[in-house]
Design a protein around this ligand. Sequence first.
Ligand code: ATP
Ligand code: AH0
Length: 369
Amino acid sequence: MSSLYIGLMSGTSLDGVDGVLVDFSGQAPSVLGHAGRDMPPALRAELLALNTSGPDELHRAALAGNALMRLYADVVGELLDRSATPAAAVRALGAHGQTVRHRPQAFDGTGYTLQLCQPALLAELTGIAVVADFRSRDLAAGGQGAPLAPFFHRAWLGQDGVPRGILNIGGISNLTVLRPDAPPLGFDCGPGNALMDAWCQQHRGQPFDDQGRWAASGQVRPELLARWLAEPYFALPPPKSTGRDLFHAGWLQAHLDASGPLPAADVQATLAELTASACARDVQAHAPKLRELVVCGGGALNRHLMARLAALLPRVAVVSSDARGLPPLQVEATAFAWLARQAIQGEKLPLESITGARGARVLGAIYPA
Ligand SMILES: Nc1ncnc2c1ncn2[C@@H]1O[C@H](COP(=O)(O)OP(=O)(O)OP(=O)(O)O)[C@@H](O)[C@H]1O
Ligand SMILES: CC(=O)N[C@H]1[C@@H]2OC[C@@H](O2)[C@@H](O)[C@@H]1O[C@H](C)C(=O)O
């Protein structure tokens, strides 16, 4: 059976699609190629709008899902062309889809998580088997449905017994704690880049704060930071997960309204500090013995954010995932290639300690080529 898989990720920051072609035949996953597509502005705006109720949303969601699959198929085509790999050589694609709602909190049967994805269309467009819908089984088994990358993090970096954290800073941030003497932990810390991106777009007309330069030019406002950090989500114990359902532009604005007018750069500085502080607090609370924190996701490319994390965690080596062999923008896509492989092989994932689900389950639904 082929050991080649493709992982496709479009995350909560809505910046685009990342795809990787991965060979799992060796000890460590070997990324043979990476390709990406920026999210076209109209599709980005539509996906963002679909995070909240609106007119004719079932129809619009279906169309947006179809459009997203065409973008995924373009990424697959580029990966195959560049590596001269025939489609038939790839065992499966792991397609995450686009999360538009994530409301796992209710354990009374009303909780749900929703990723727009049309796996049948993607299988037709590419001629490759697709594994999709990774989260719903975990939720049905009483789990949060997220985060799922920690299972890959453990397979990737959990073998040497070093107490290590992996922090993904995407639109939302999530932390994995690998402990030699206990099962791993994994949960969402809170906002990653999503609020900083929204503020930067609103005030600078740019989709993100390159290197965090704008944030670094402002002053952190301690009262505003304290007000944001008083959000009850931060004090919840794991397992926990969140999304744009909670941390959206309206959340940011509601707290800002109580502060009176502030220079926009100070708000950006305070938002960067919020992301860094929430993550650092989680490391201190849940991983006091950590020696190394491996940072991935686009936030690892934000120099100011990385410097603030290092300053808040003086006893921890804060490094980019590059230092462990995977560039920051390839880690999540590689995780979904790995999750597809686990599904194809019928491997159950030990969900309990991370998502809180009742037991081990196979995650993902398979659409044959
Ligand atoms: N050079 C850079 N400087 C600062 N920030 C950057 C840079 N490059 C990327 N980013 C940030 O990273 C974000 C994209 O990160 P990533 O692709 O990891 O998120 P995602 O996968 O969409 O989110 P999630 O992990 O929540 O699903 C951008 O929206 C931007 O905020
Ligand atoms: C529901 C959902 O899409 N959650 C995402 C989001 O983005 C980051 C964080 O929140 C994490 O929980 C998850 O993504 C990664 C890939 C995960 O499941 O590990």
